[in-house]
Each structure stands twice: as C-alpha cells, then as structure tokens.
Design a protein around this ligand. Structure first.
Ligand code: ATP
Ligand code: MG
Length: 156
C-alpha cells in the first residue's frame, strides 16, 4: 500500500517530542521532501518509532537526535543518529535478538524489554530492506534503514 513516509515520520517525531524535551534533547527532523513508498504503514511506523525511542532513551541530557528521510530511484533511506552512550563493538551484532539488552543498560533506570529492535528488524526484513548500525561507545549511534520504494510483486 502507498504510504506517505514524510507524514508518517512527522507523526512519529511529534509523538516522541515530549520525551526528548524532558531531557533537553534536540530532536531534529527535516520534513521538506515528500517521499512515498509501498509499505505496511502500521508496522513500519512502529519499527521507526522504536529506533527514535532508543535514540532518545540512550542519549544523555542535552544531546542531539537527528532523523532523516531520503530516496533514490529504487530505495528509501531512513537514518536515526544520536549522540548517546553508544553500543560496545562486541555487542552490536546481538542487539536485534529478542530480549537482548546491552550489559550497561540492562539494570538501568531506562526500562525496556529488549524487544524493540527485534520487532524493527523483522519489519524491515518483511519489506525486503536492510538495517545497519554504526556505533561508538560514549560517542553515539547511527542506524541506517533501507527499504525498496516498491515491494516485489508476488506471482501465482
Ligand atoms: P524496548 O525497546 O523493548 O523498550 P530496549 O530499548 O532495551 O527495550 P531494544 O530497542 O531491542 O530494547 O534495544 C536493545 C538494546 O540495544 C538496548 O537495551 C540497548 O542496550 C541497545 N541500544 C539500542 N539502541 C541504542 C542506541 N541508540 N544507543 C545505545 N544503545 C542502544
Ligand atoms: Mg528500545
């Protein structure tokens, strides 16, 4: 189904803005390009929400979270970049597992079940896309999502 991703993202940012405000985090989002794609809007919205929620949750007060949306002829690119606590190199490849939480965050006041990213991952896979993590401890994390503009047609 055709989805207005710019509108979807704007709604996500609006919903999470109070959480960012409470931590004096600058939540940056540029809604100037209107981008549409074939997607399951409910599922994709939750998937991207989980990323922005994490970015705000794992970024200390007065940090920055930058969200961007772009497209070329084939793909949509969404990135969520934060100036947060980062993820240790030896744990990066585990964060998409169900219930996985990084040691340091496990007993933190920032509650969570460790399900968010596993849901995000399966939704991106369902859309035949990809998700990549760039992270450095004490510096921040950037999550890059790609999904095709059109979903492959199923025959038969
Ligand atoms: P839930 O999303 O279910 O509320 P959660 O946030 O702990 O709980 P995930 O979203 O699956 O679970 O993330 C898994 C773990 O990856 C987190 O517990 C955290 O340790 C780490 N993590 C995820 N995003 C970030 C980020 N932007 N910066 C630092 N660590 C992160
Ligand atoms: Mg989460």
């Amino acid at each position: 189904k055709e989805t207005n991703l710019t509108q979807m993202m704007t709604d996500i940012i609006k919903r999470l803005q109070p959480m960012a405000d409470a931590k004096y985090i600058s939540l940056q989002w540029d809604a100037s390009k209107e981008i549409h794609a074939e997607a399951d809007e409910m599922k994709l919205s939750l998937a991207i929400s989980n990323l922005v929620d994490n970015a705000v949750k794992y970024t200390p007060e007065e940090g920055t979270v930058k969200v961007s949306l772009d497209a070329d002829h084939q793909n949509v690119f969404i990135s969520v970049a934060d100036t947060g606590i980062g993820i240790p190199e030896d744990e990066v490849n585990r964060i998409f597992e169900r219930f996985y939480r990084v040691d340091k965050t496990r007993d933190r006041e920032t509650g969570g079940t460790g399900l968010g990213l596993s849901i995000t991952h399966s939704t991106i896979m369902m859309h035949k896309g990809s998700i990549k993590v760039n992270s450095k401890e004490e510096e921040g994390t950037t999550i890059l999502v790609r999904i095709p503009l059109k979903q492959p047609t199923t025959h038969g």
